[in-house]
Design a protein around this ligand. Structure first.
Ligand code: BEZ
Length: 209
């Protein structure tokens, strides 16, 4: 099975640093950032966990609950989180799934055998409040993710859902947006009474506050 954008996020019950956790019961009604780590006590993962914790208020402001996964035990996770808190000068408050038998990592296709057949790659799923997968990312073991970019992409998802627009390359919140190709000029006039600019018939720009 391949997990694709638009599909329902598979549910699971797993041990975590916050006790037994069902993805659907825990996350329903919120946005979820579900992201995997190859292993505890590793350098890149330590900075990724720390960065997510440092950005806790940014995730909360967007109604996003971070959920980590690493293929080690809850006991290891707890000792590792102590290190993360100390070395990254933060407090990890979000749960970390323990997946030593790779059950969840396999369910979410986080094991890419050509990269490593035991360790999860750096997979990331943005799941919406209706539990649909809205964005996926896969990074290799050696490359840490950019969590500012992930927040930016969440902003774009939430904004385009709310306003039925599309966002151009490099968009950040507050920038002009684009009118989707399927919207006629008449419909655009109704939907965007503030006005819009036509560069070509398929490149139409507007500003939505
Ligand atoms: C790391 O997080 O630093 C890492 C983990 C597994 C393989 C390579 C790097």
């Amino acid at each position: 099975m391949t997990l694709r954008i638009g599909e329902r996020a598979p549910d699971f019950l797993a041990s975590s640093t916050h006790g037994e956790l069902s993805l659907h019961a825990w996350g329903s009604g919120f946005w979820i950032m579900f992201f995997s780590h190859p292993g505890d006590f590793t350098p890149v993962c330590t900075t990724e966990l720390g960065r997510t914790a440092q950005l806790a208020s940014e995730f909360a402001r967007r109604d996003v609950k971070p959920l980590g996964l690493s293929t080690d035990t809850v006991a290891d996770h707890r000792r590792w989180i102590d290190d993360v808190n100390r070395t990254q000068k933060t407090r990890v408050e979000f749960p970390l799934i323990a997946d030593p038998d790779l059950r969840i990592a396999r369910l979410y296709e986080m094991i890419h055998p050509q990269e490593d057949d035991r360790q999860a790659v750096r997979s990331l799923f943005i799941i919406d409040p209706q539990l649909r997968i809205r964005l996926t990312l896969s990074y290799p073991l050696a490359v840490g993710r950019n969590f500012r970019e992930i927040l930016r992409a969440i902003d774009a998802l939430q904004f385009t859902d709310k306003h039925a627009v599309v966002t151009p390359a490099e968009w950040i919140a507050g920038d002009p947006v684009m009118i989707p190709s399927g919207v006629s000029s008449e419909a655009a006039n109704e939907q965007f009474p503030q006005g819009w600019q036509e560069i070509t018939p398929y490149l139409r720009v507007t500003v939505v506050k």
